[in-house]
Ligand binder design. Structure first.
Ligand code: CMP
Length: 227
């Protein structure tokens, strides 16, 4: 669906807050607004399939998606999640090759979608967007290096603790004893997030629970960093 006047203004306002477009001139931003298409999907819908052709750039207006890789037996490894203001699809947009990962909506999500030739044309008019893009890509590469490092050097239980602590610091509640409370993940979710089998995660959780490092209470996980 292409956009009407009111949506155009909303998207323009929204894009001003998106790091990728933040330094874009008003003139150039106005020029491309007409070319955006809005797409809405439901929770669980696939947006992009790994290996598919496609070179559109997606900007999340509202909602959340996950980028993941699927193994030969359907096992999933979650690379990252994209929230409001994040973009994806830039890899195929840049090199014209097939999609590098699957993208699936974790909740009902809407996107502003831009065609490759319009994005590249815009970049030629105002290279500041290329500099923003590069710095975001470098941040993603650094994060990927951290993931490689943990897959190579840490065992399942250490990777699990790193993942849980990362989420505890980001979005957990901490009590006066220093114990974090976070949402309870299924063993499958944990396995997909740290690149391990469900069985290995269950085993590691049992050990951490015996040590008192990770316990369960009222449908939440409690992380005791000092145990
Ligand atoms: P593209 O390959 O076009 O489609 C899948 C998208 O997933 C890709 O562009 C990126 O936007 C995103 N993606 C793939 N791998 C990673 C990664 N390691 N970190 C963050 N995002 C990624």
């Amino acid at each position: 669906m292409f956009i009407g006047e009111k949506e155009k203004q909303l998207i323009e306002k929204f894009l001003r807050r998106v790091p990728l477009f933040s330094s874009f001139s008003d003139k150039h931003l106005k020029n491309i607004i007409d070319d955006f298409k809005i797409i809405s999907v439901k929770k669980g819908d696939d947006v992009v399939f790994q290996s598919d052709e496609g070179t559109d750039l997606f900007i999340v207006l509202k909602g959340k998606v996950k980028a993941s890789l699927l193994g030969p037996d359907g096992e999933e490894f979650i690379l990252t999640t994209f929230n409001e203001g994040d973009f994806f699809g830039e890899m195929s947009l840049i090199d014209g090759k097939s999609r590098s990962a699957n993208i699936m909506a974790e909740v009902a999500t809407s996107f502003a979608v831009l065609k490759r030739d319009r994005f590249l044309g815009t970049m030629r008019q105002d290279p500041s967007i290329a500099i923003n893009l590069l710095s975001i890509l470098v941040a993603r590469l650094r994060k990927s290096d951290e993931v490689i490092e943990s897959l190579v050097f840490l065992d399942v239980s250490e990777r699990l603790m790193r993942f849980l602590m990362h989420n505890a610091i980001k979005e957990g509640e901490r009590d006066k004893n220093g114990v974090y409370k976070i949402k309870k993940y299924t063993h499958k979710e944990l396995a997909s997030s740290i690149g391990a089998s469900r069985e290995a995660v269950s085993k590691a959780l049992k050990v951490l629970s015996t040590k008192g490092t990770v316990t369960e209470k009222d449908g939440h996980l409690l992380i005791h960093p000092d145990s």
